[in-house]
Design a protein around this ligand. Structure first.
Ligand code: API
Length: 376
């Protein structure tokens, strides 16, 4: 899949939550349970962390990893500076995570509100042959207006989206590791999509309050004419002479969801050639900020299957914001209820579009893959 190395500034959408709500939010329900985060990979257990003392709470844990061979060594001799804290110029220390195979390079950027690497460097690092390989790079940055942290992300094409659902689950697990937190813990995260609240659960899964969906056509944004109130719901979109029925939803980032064409509503998603059709949706003139596109097959009112062509990343194994947009679209089109299992190529996500607060909740895993350093 050719990745166009387009570099663009942060994509912004209407604020979905006011800044004032940050301060009133509880920060954590930290429990002292000793259960380590069950989804930590065996590699994580091999890496013996030197428990950061309270006074050095800001410092990430120290562990000994040799950058070249990735061999690990007992941390008792570890330098006082954490592997992730080392700042020798020209090197980037990172942790690789994935959420259902949607994979990210996570960077400890807590000491600055400027990303440690450029979008162009992100393109190179995400290359699966000449770089680390990932769908994007995610930065853990200082919070804003009372939030615990800020999350920024560069897609593998260097563009900067507003939000990433699988990524924010990985972000939460990354923070817990940096801060030596075990058990249940929630964080308030400032993102381009507004306030997002991931909560690590005792079983290691992460439940995320993804905020409210945006369905006003001009805010998604889409140039398609609204056909239901101010939204685009099961409206015709011509792609290469085929008319697809689409519903447009934003989760802070734009999504075009389709359950089929005007000829066949019975989509067989495994038969689609995403590399051929995906870019034609992504770059369609009716999407001024491009779009993520989800192709959906309905098994029952509580069980759907999707494949996704992501804006700025192409075909990925999972898309958290996309799964949320799919459930919203499925409810609006009458295919499903508000509680749904969404099967993605990388695995299932549990999605709930809760009626009482209009928020969408996503629950799924986030796993460490490896730790590394790379010469920039
Ligand atoms: N490529 C997306 C961002 C990542 C979204 C996806 N990986 C997720 O889990 O939500 C965009 O440009 O909007």
């Amino acid at each position: 899949m050719a990745i166009a190395a387009t570099i663009s500034g942060p994509l912004t959408t209407p604020a979905r939550r006011s800044a004032t709500s940050f301060a009133s939010l509880r920060h954590s329900s930290y429990s002292s349970s000793s259960s380590s985060s069950s989804s930590s990979s065996s590699l994580t257990r091999q890496l013996s962390f030197v428990r950061a003392s309270k006074s050095s709470r800001r410092r990430s844990p120290s562990f000994g990893v040799s950058a070249a061979s990735m061999s690990t060594e007992a941390a008792e001799k570890a330098s006082p500076v954490s592997f992730l804290d080392r700042r020798e110029s020209g090197f980037l220390h990172f942790v690789k995570y994935h959420g259902l195979g949607n994979d990210f390079i996570l960077v400890d950027n807590r000491d600055s509100s400027e990303p440690r690497i450029t979008p162009d460097q992100a393109v190179k690092l995400c290359d699966r042959n000449f770089g680390i390989g990932a769908d994007g790079v995610i930065f853990a940055m200082p919070g804003i207006n009372g939030t615990d942290y800020t999350m920024r992300i560069f897609n593998s094409d260097g563009s900067e989206p507003e939000m990433c659902g699988n990524g924010v689950r990985c972000f939460a697990r990354f923070i817990a590791e940096l801060e030596n937190l075990q058990g249940e813990h929630s964080f308030t995260i400032h993102t381009g999509a507004g306030l997002i609240i991931p909560e690590i659960q005792n079983d290691g899964q992460v439940r995320v309050d993804m905020g409210e969906p945006i369905i006003k056509a001009s805010d998604v944004p889409t140039r398609l004419p609204a056909n239901k109130d101010q939204s685009v719901v099961k409206s015709g979109l011509d792609v290469d002479g085929v008319t697809w029925n689409v519903t447009c939803v934003s989760m802070g980032n734009p999504h075009c969801v389709t359950f089929g064409t005007t000829v066949s509503q019975d989509l067989r998603v495994d038969e689609l050639n995403l590399a051929e059709i995906g870019p034609k949706f992504e770059h369609h003139e009716v999407f001024p900020a491009r779009t993520n596109t989800e192709f959906v097959q309905v098994f029952s009112p509580s069980h759907v299957k999707m494949r996704v062509w992501e804006r700025g990343a192409g075909a990925t194994l999972a898309c958290g914001t996309g799964a949320c947009a799919v459930v919203v679209a499925a409810v609006l089109e009458g295919h499903a209820g508000r509680n749904c299992t969404v099967d993605l190529p990388g695995g299932p996500l549990q999605i709930e579009w809760r009626e009482k607060d209009n928020h969408v909740y996503m629950t799924g895993p986030a796993e460490v893959v490896f730790y590394g350093s790379v010469r920039l």
